[in-house]
Structures are given as C-alpha cells and as structure tokens.
Design a protein around this ligand. Structure first.
Ligand SMILES: C[S@@+](CC[C@H](N)C(=O)[O-])C[C@H]1O[C@@H](n2cnc3c(N)ncnc32)[C@H](O)[C@@H]1O
Length: 421
C-alpha cells in the first residue's frame, strides 16, 4: 500500500461520478492521449469503482484531464491509502516528507474534507476522522472558508446501498488538485438552450462524445445528423470549428413547429448559430446545410478532424412535443450482440459504451479512429468478415435491425423510448 517514491512518480487519485459508468474509461484515456500520456493504474484497478489511482503522470497532466472531463469529479495527489486505518496511517507515514512539506507550511492555511461513498457520516464522526489524522505534520492554520490547500479523506463503502459495511473497504488521503467539469452538465442543460428539438442530445453525453472524439482547439468537426446542433455546441466549447448537415429543412433553417410545450412555432432566431452564440462560440460556427447523409456531398479529399454524431436509430421520429407522453412506443425485439457493430477497413474500434435507457433498451456510443486511407482492396474486406460489407443504401441498416415495425397512419411509428430518434 505504501507510496515509496519521490517527486518523479507521484500517484494521483481520481474521484469519478457514478453515472454513465461505461463512458468513463474511454473518456479519461482519450483525454490522457491528447497529451500523449498512458493510462497506467494500480494492479487492483476496478473500472466500476468511483476511485481510480493513476501512475506516471504529472500534476499538469491531471489538471489538463480535469479541465475537460465530465465523469471526473475531483483529482487529488494521493498521499496514502489502505483498507484499514492502520494501513492508511502506515502508508501516509511512508509518503516522502519533501512531497508533503510545501503544503504544510507554518504560514499557510488549509482544511480537511471527509468524503464518503455509499455512506453518510454524522458531523461528530467526520470530526473524529479528521482528528485521527493529527499525526500528519500540519503546521498551518485551519481556514474553512478560503484555504490555500485542501486535503481530503475519501472512504469507499462499496456500491451496494442495501449492504453498507460498518468500516470502509478502502480509504484514501490526498491533496486536492482540481475539480472536473460536471458543472457543464447544468450550465449547458438543454432545458435552458435557445434552440431545441425533440431529440436534442443532453449536455453530459454531448461532452462525453466530444471528449471520446478527442476534439481540440482549431479542429474541424462535422455532424452529419446535426439536428439542433447539441454536439456542435459541445465541440465548440473545446475550441473546434463546427459544421453539420441534416435532412430536415425545418431544423436546419430553424423554422416550423417548436418542440417546446408551450410554444407553437419556432421564433425568428431559433437555430444552431444562435445556440453557439448563447455559449460564446459563434466565431467557431462554420455552417450547416440540408443534406441526406446517405448521399455523398463532400468532395473526395475533404477532411475532418472528427465526425461526432447521433444518427437516427433507423426509425423515423414521430412529431411530438417535449413533455408529451402521447406516443408510447413499443420496444424493438432486436437483441444487441457485438457482431452488429459495423466495421470499416480504415477504422479501428476504440470503444463501445452502453447507456442503459430502460430495462429493455440501451444505446451505444461507438468511437472509431481512422487509421488509414481507403485503398481499392478495401472493397474486398467483406470477404473476410461480412461486417465490412459496404453501405447498401438508405434502408439497409433499418431493414436488417428494425424489421417488424408497428405501423400507424401508414407510417412507421416505432422509436426508442425517451423521445430518442
Ligand atoms: C437523433 S437526431 C440528432 C439530434 C441532434 N444530436 C441534436 O442534438 O439535436 C437525428 C437527426 O438525423 C436527421 N436525419 C435522419 N435521417 C437523415 C439522413 N438520411 N441524412 C441526414 N440527416 C438525417 C434527423 O432529421 C434528426 O435531426
């Protein structure tokens, strides 16, 4: 458990939010790879845990990850950890004094927080836990309001709310470095968005997608199923120039019926450009245009740094207003299996994350990286694996996976739940 190392090999602790658990590892890996840093963790690493120990990084690496992550709540320089208070104490006593010293100075101010996962402690217990750390050579003055240095004792009581142990399974102590960007989920909420549609992607997932795609400043990002541009909003937040296409004239031109419950028609400036203006990134708006993504419109050597998109699920969205529960949709009978993920000879699968929507439906965020330019021989790749079969036309995916649709008014009426297109 001891952290026998000096400045060069400090360990860091990430405290992660316990939702969208599947999306966290690809996000942190992607953000580290933006700095050419590896994801190196402890032998006991558990992807489902809210606490991850990271090795081989600098404090700048950690700050950079925290400046973008939507799954990371906070990051700490890990000073010690253990499965019992004795182990934690031993581990802390072995941590190099020279690493601690700059933060324990006489003329400094500090405070210690106690964070417990899956257990609520009363005030008295928290104070006792803080007092038990008095063997650490704190020389500064406690300042609860505006301290220079913040330390945290983090305790993990497992993830079963029906079986909470008396003592934590694991405890960590460290110096707080930075918080992540969870706040973006609130400040970019589609509830406060100028222009929305029935299928506007929520803010948290939009930022996850931009992070998985490693979108960065001055990139050119394209969304072929742009809708109301939620993904362009997220990508522009990270400094990318953004453009998109959609088959729906009304959405692209910001006209027609409104999606808000108490509004009949879209207002004069309800469009994607205005969404970017709302968040101060209008200068990164390239343009959007009406186009069918199944028809090639780009010149052959057009290049984007990333394509980030939320395509329709092969099912037409019925016109509904947000907040209306009129269309109760019958779930699809198709069961997911990995073989359904399409392949392309020029693309390498990086991650495939499941978001559970209900007891019987999920959607997946699939990230692929272009690893080579197309060659003539790629046309034969399907002989090796049928999943390489090239796009067969507008309805092929839909016919394969969504046959047996219920019909309503002569139109397909089935869509995924939760107003998802
Ligand atoms: C799930 S929605 C995308 C929502 C978008 N991410 C947003 O935040 O508003 C899918 C979009 O794909 C569009 N679409 C459907 N078929 C299309 C096609 N063949 N080509 C281009 N866009 C299409 C729909 O009009 C819809 O706006």
């Amino acid at each position: 458990m001891a952290l026998h190392c000096g400045r060069a090999c400090r360990q860091y602790l990430l405290h992660l939010a316990h939702d969208n658990v599947d999306f966290r590892l690809p996000e942190i890996k992607a953000l580290l790879s933006l700095r050419d840093r590896p994801f190196d963790t402890s032998e006991t690493f558990n992807e489902k845990s809210p606490f991850w120990q990271l090795n081989g990084l600098s404090e700048d690496d950690i700050r950079s990850v925290m400046s973008r992550t939507v799954c990371g709540k906070s990051a700490f320089e890990l000073w010690g950890h253990g499965t019992t208070t004795d182990e934690l104490r031993m581990s802390l006593l072995e941590y190099p004094a020279e690493n601690m010293a700059p933060y324990l100075q006489k003329n400094s101010t500090y405070k210690i927080n106690v964070y417990t996962f899956n257990k609520t402690l009363v005030f008295k217990d928290r104070i006792e836990k803080i007092d038990a750390l008095d063997f650490l050579p704190f020389k500064g003055t406690v300042n609860l309001k505006d301290p220079e240095h913040i330390f945290c004792l983090l305790e993990d009581y497992g993830s079963d709310p029906y079986d909470i142990p008396e003592e934590p399974f694991h405890m960590y102590f460290g110096r707080w470095i930075a918080d992540g960007q969870r706040e973006l989920i609130r400040s970019y909420s589609v509830k406060k968005r100028h222009f929305i549609g029935n299928t506007s992607m929520d803010a948290g997932l939009s930022f996850f997608m931009a992070n998985h795609a490693k979108v960065k400043a001055d990139d050119l990002v394209y969304d072929p199923f742009v809708g109301t541009g939620s993904l362009l909003v997220a990508c522009s937040r990270f400094g990318a120039y953004v453009c998109g296409t959609d088959i729906d004239y009304n959405t692209i031109h910001g006209v027609g019926k409104a999606s808000r419950k108490n509004q009949k028609w879209r207002g004069p400036d309800e469009n994607i450009r205005a969404n970017l203006r709302q968040y101060g990134t209008e200068s990164l708006y390239v343009d959007v245009m009406v186009s069918d993504a199944s028809k090639t419109v780009w010149r052959k050597n057009a290049q984007f740094d990333a394509i980030v998109t939320d395509p329709p699920y092969g099912i037409r969205e019925s016109t509904r207003r947000t907040g209306s529960h009129k269309d109760i949709i019958k779930p699809t009978e198709d069961l997911y299996c990995e073989e359904m993920v399409p392949l392309h000879p020029c693309l390498t699968l990086i991650s495939n994350c499941e978001q559970t929507l209900s007891s019987h439906t999920s959607r997946r965020l699939i990230t692929m990286e272009k690893t080579k330019e197309p060659e003539d021989s790629d046309g034969l790749a399907h002989l090796a694996d049928p999943r390489f079969t090239l796009y067969q036309g507008h309805n092929s995916f839909r016919e394969k996976y969504f046959c047996g649709l219920t019909k309503k008014n002569g139109k397909d009426s089935k869509a995924s739940p939760g107003n998802k297109d």
